[in-house]
Design a protein around this ligand. Structure first.
Ligand code: AVJ
Length: 327
């Protein structure tokens, strides 16, 4: 594994400082916000796993169905050029979905190098431990670091065809504007003929979407509130978790599901010496989960230097993995 050093401080000290600065800055905005990337500490990871098992949270099951049932077709869509390639996965997690593609690629006897990139070294070293056993002869080259830092370092290597995978809701946590910027930036690291596979949650009955972010077992509520608990744990803050509520909305006109934490009282919170006041009923916006129509996805490809080569849907057409080719 190669680690990409991003600053002069020790990684953990720097991470904590970034966390602190991001929290203070976002809570000083009007309206207040908190970045959703901080949901995922140890507790948040395990709550997210519980959410994925919830009957109300359909996203991961839909994408899993696509990868278990259509791996062969996905292989066909990325190997049409019959060249060696590098399969780069941004945020691989435990590889539960992509492993089906890796198996199908191995069975199809195509020559490729698998390069998972994750901000967490933990994720990469865990993959390094178990993947080679599952997929003999896998050429594995994990990178720990920021996606684009890793891609640019990787770009120094001899030019090989690239297929970049970004599954799950990765892109869902961006606004439409942010995901266009992300796709444009990604395109700037690619050559014509390179491809990407991107997972998008599709628009569907608004009640189904709303339910996914306000599940019957209150798992999403715990997940959302854990953000405050994490700030208490890591940034020496005194949020009274019971004084905040989980609220989510879904607007079918914009396709945006949004989560908030609502202050139930007038209260001042001390975060490492910085005092942040909350009014009763004031909301902190903590997450966006953007849904797309099939047309919007096709348009997003074209607007950012790609054409859509294939689209894979689950049996209910609730989720899409789009294959785009850089032009
Ligand atoms: C990990 C971004 C796909 O937005 O659906 C799940 C995170 N938040 N429940 C999503 C999440 C609340 C999830 N993604």
């Amino acid at each position: 594994m190669i680690s990409i050093d991003t600053g002069e401080c020790r990684p953990s000290a720097k991470k904590n400082k970034d966390f602190y600065l991001d929290v203070i800055q976002s809570l000083k905005e009007t309206p207040k916000k908190l970045p959703s990337k901080y949901f995922y500490d140890k507790e948040g990871d395990s709550l997210f796993e519980a959410i994925m098992d919830s009957p109300d949270y359909y996203l991961s099951r839909c994408e899993m169905e696509i990868f278990t049932r259509q791996a062969k077709q996905i292989v066909d869509s990325i190997t049409a050029q019959n060249l060696n390639f590098e399969l780069i996965e941004l945020g691989p997690g435990n590889c539960a979905k992509s492993i089906h593609l890796l198996h199908a690629l191995a069975a199809a006897d195509v020559s490729f190098n698998y390069i998972p990139i994750d901000i967490s070294e933990n994720v990469i070293s865990r993959l390094q431990l178990f993947l080679p056993d599952k997929i003999p002869n896998l050429q594995f080259n994990g990178l720990a670091g920021d996606y684009f830092n890793a891609l640019s370092i990787h770009n120094l290597l001899p030019a090989t065809r690239k297929v970049v995978m970004c599954l799950g809701g990765n892109i869902g946590n961006m606004t439409i504007e942010e995901s266009n910027a992300f796709c444009k930036k990604l395109r700037s690291y690619l050559q014509p003929g390179d491809q990407c596979i991107i997972g998008f949650d599709l628009v569907k009955h608004p009640a189904i979407i709303k339910r996914a972010y306000d599940d019957r077992d209150g798992l999403t509520r715990k997940f959302n509130l854990n953000l405050l608990a994490r700030i208490n744990r890591e940034l020496d803050a005194d949020f009274r978790i019971g004084q905040f509520d989980h609220y989510c909305s879904y607007d079918p006109l914009t396709g945006s599901a949004k989560s908030y934490l609502v202050s139930l009282s007038d209260i001042a919170v001390n975060i490492s010496g910085t005092i942040i006041p909350f009014e009763k009923d004031e909301c902190i916006w903590t997450e966006i989960s953007q849904k797309y129509s099939k047309d919007q996805i096709r348009e997003m490809a074209v607007n950012n230097g790609f054409v859509q080569a294939a689209a894979f849907l689950d049996s209910r057409s609730w989720f899409m993995d789009a294959v785009w080719t850089a032009v």
